[in-house]
Write a protein that binds this ligand. Structure first.
Ligand SMILES: Cc1cc2nc3c(=O)[nH]c(=O)nc-3n(C[C@H](O)[C@H](O)[C@H](O)COP(=O)(O)O)c2cc1C
Length: 200
């Protein structure tokens, strides 16, 4: 079982989403001793935006790319290969300014590639990243679960489903800035939920 672990907190190791997603990795690896984990902290990586230069590099034939374009295309390919390698995707996803962290959005932008991770068919789009499970730990200062103000969970579910990843589990830790009692309760509740997760 290959696990890709992506953290996106700007607080790096101190992020609540980092700590909870690590607890989840521990839980998954304890229940499956043959797992391999690759972990990344996007907050520390400075992922470049998926901009026009990247798009041009990808749409230029490999033999015609400049050295710089080849480097951009290689980086883009590596992001997709990392997800193709994984059976399980674990995302630490804090809420910042009502959305996903910009570093996480920058990374996700590399994953949608026509003909590689999705394709359009006569019956609509088809995701090409099959047989994968995603666990997403989302941490919030306030409370938004199941409300219209939760722009993160509908987005990430729609995005992953578009790529073919439909088995998505969300672990919430909400109310983290609503006082010490609520914070601790939210963290404990998320940890208890994580402790029940078992994979085949
Ligand atoms: C820049 C910034 C923006 C934030 N925006 C929101 C927000 O829109 N809604 C919310 O509920 N909490 C917000 N928070 C609080 C975080 O969601 C909360 O601190 C959470 O623990 C962050 O996860 P992390 O510790 O893994 O980084 C924000 C925090 C920061 C630092």
């Amino acid at each position: 079982m290959n696990i890709l672990h992506i953290e996106s907190s700007i607080f790096a190791n101190d992020g609540v989403s980092s700590q909870l997603s690590r607890a989840l990795i521990e839980q998954l690896t304890q229940s499956n001793h043959h797992s391999q984990v690759k972990s990344r902290q996007l907050g520390a990586e400075s992922i470049p935006h998926f901009d026009g230069q990247v798009l041009t590099a990808l749409s230029t034939a490999p033999e015609q790319r400049s050295e710089q374009q080849q480097a951009l295309a290689d980086f883009a390919d590596q992001q997709i290969e990392a997800v193709q390698w994984a059976d399980i995707l674990v995302l630490g996803m804090p809420m910042y300014n009502f959305g996903v962290p910009s570093a996480l959005k920058a990374w996700l932008d590399y994953l949608a590639r026509a003909g590689v991770t999705f394709r359009y068919t006569e019956s609509g789009p088809e995701g090409l990243l099959k047989n994968k499970t995603a666990y997403i730990v989302t941490t919030r200062g306030g409370r938004y679960k199941n409300s219209d103000a939760d722009s993160q969970v509908p987005f990430i579910k729609t995005f992953l489903a578009f790529l073919g990843i439909e088995d998505v589990h969300i672990i919430y830790a909400e109310g983290l800035n609503l006082g010490e009692g609520e914070r601790q309760q939210a963290i404990d509740q998320a940890k208890n939920e994580i402790a029940t997760i078992v994979t085949a």
